[in-house]
Design a protein around this ligand. Structure first.
Ligand SMILES: [Zn+2]
Length: 457
């Protein structure tokens, strides 16, 4: 890979609010930012003068921003978008998502994952934490490999026969062995793919599965990715079965700490919040999903004040229905104003959730800012695209990005210094399935889902 100079953008480094350089530059060697701004141009000139082949991307007028890190996504659900829109979590899972996931084969799942990854890249996202379905998770990793994105995923563990539908279920040992098989096959691949243990949520799993997943994750240095305290019905079920508040139950089975990412965490008691802060357990905030499933509003400013780690995710396509970091950013900044006042989450803080905090939650040390020495994961934004051009009187870039920008501002997305999406080169974007492929896969899924529901009313 030739060294690359990204020349002239406004560099928004995200190391501190002041880290904004007009007419800056990034110099990238072997996927790493080795120099910035004036030093980047000097390095480019000296290498070019010495006869080294170097590339240059003219980026004057654009804004360079660290790629978004989304810490809760379901690529397996992209093809289930635009399902029933007006349901709460538990009926929505039972009537739409679980049969839809169970209907996948490797072909439909790979198409679903490619659709999701293409949409994420086109919206400036470079890293995700994904949750697979129970089977065929290799298809997700194949799509992830083709995308060039930084993807952590794993098969969903659903081993409790009392709570899972018979068609979406794997015995305890079978589910755990599948994660181990995926680990050996995919973990560390190209430095970008990683495997996580993904118990779906406390309700779906036996105590033994949760304990063994936590133990194996610690032994192998893997993340645990699960849902927690999204919905009051779910919390009541956990209390009925265990006698404990959900976060305390998860803690009691070893699912707490810096390698654990809990999606949602909307409804928590004081002692649960104290525990999240003390253990360093991460919260993935998914505001669109929480609104659409009428789950509630996560008290993010309170969590942040306590030192709880919070990052952002779009969740799955059927509860959003976009996999778009800009939508989540905007809601993450707007929603807290109702309960916490206008400075509940200022724009800089919201953008930190979507970049630096996400990288920390996933343990991606070299990702999340555009400092020298970091991986070159970034997106180039065109501030003049669309109809929301920022005015000169607005000094910092954070308000415009959080409140007015959208996916139409994304020009290109790079991971490890390689262009993975460019709005003017969609022909060279094979990740995106064709319309015919999507129609075929969607029809297959719909027919199989109906058959499953007929057999299991
Ligand atoms: Zn989810």
């Amino acid at each position: 890979m030739r060294p690359l100079l990204v020349d002239g953008p406004r560099v928004i480094g995200m190391t501190a609010p002041e880290d904004v350089v007009e007419g800056g530059a990034l110099f990238i060697e072997d996927g790493v930012i080795t120099a910035r701004d004036a030093a980047a141009r000097t390095r480019f000139s000296s290498l070019a003068a010495a006869g080294t082949a170097v590339e240059r991307v003219a980026a004057a007028g654009l804004w360079a921003l660290p790629g978004f890190v989304q810490t809760h996504v379901h690529l397996c659900q992209t093809l289930l978008r635009n399902g029933p829109d007006d349901l709460e979590l538990l009926p929505w899972l039972e009537q739409h998502v679980w049969p839809g996931e169970a209907a996948h084969d490797t072909i439909t799942l790979e198409i679903s994952a490619r659709m999701g990854l293409a949409e994420l890249l086109a919206g400036g996202t470079t890293s995700i934490l994904d949750m697979g379905t129970v089977r065929h998770t290799d298809a997700v990793f194949r799509a992830a490999l083709a995308s060039g994105m930084r993807v952590t995923s794993g098969n969903a563990l659903m081993d409790d026969p009392a709570t899972n539908p018979p068609y979406l279920h794997a015995e305890t040992a079978e589910g755990l062995a599948e994660t181990e098989r995926l680990r050996l096959a995919w973990h560390g691949h190209e430095g970008r793919l990683r495997v996580a243990f993904c118990p779906r949520f406390a309700v779906s799993c036996t105590r033994r599965a949760l304990e063994e997943a936590g133990e194996a994750a610690r032994r192998h240095g893997l993340l645990v990715h699960t849902h927690a305290s999204e919905n009051r019905g779910e919390i009541a079920l956990v209390r009925e079965r265990t006698g404990l508040a959900n976060i305390h139950y998860l803690e009691s089975v070893g699912l707490a700490g810096k390698n654990v990412v809990l999606a949602h965490v909307v409804h928590t008691e004081e002692s649960e919040r104290e525990s999240l802060a003390a253990k360093g357990t991460h919260v993935a905030h998914c505001p669109s999903s929480n609104l659409k499933l009428a789950s509630g509003i996560c008290p993010v400013p309170d969590y942040l004040r306590r030192g709880i780690s919070v990052s952002l995710g779009a969740d799955g396509a059927p509860c959003n229905d976009r996999l778009d970091a800009f939508s989540e950013l905007r809601l993450a900044a707007l929603l807290p104003k109702m309960s916490f006042g206008p400075r509940g989450i200022p724009a800089w803080d919201a953008l930190s959730l979507a970049t630096v905090n996400g990288a920390k939650a996933l343990g991606l040390d070299g990702v999340g800012t555009l400092a020298t020495g970091m991986r070159a994961d970034f997106t180039l934004l065109d501030p003049e695209a669309g109809f929301t051009r920022p005015h000169a009187h607005r000094g910092d870039p954070y308000g415009p990005i959080v409140y007015s920008f959208s996916r139409e501002n994304v020009v290109a997305t790079y991971v490890d210094g390689v262009e993975r999406f460019h709005r003017d080169r969609l022909d060279a974007f094979p990740l995106r399935p064709s319309g015919a492929e999507i129609e075929d896969a969607a029809l297959t899924l719909r027919n199989r889902t109906r058959a499953l529901l007929r057999r299991n009313p």
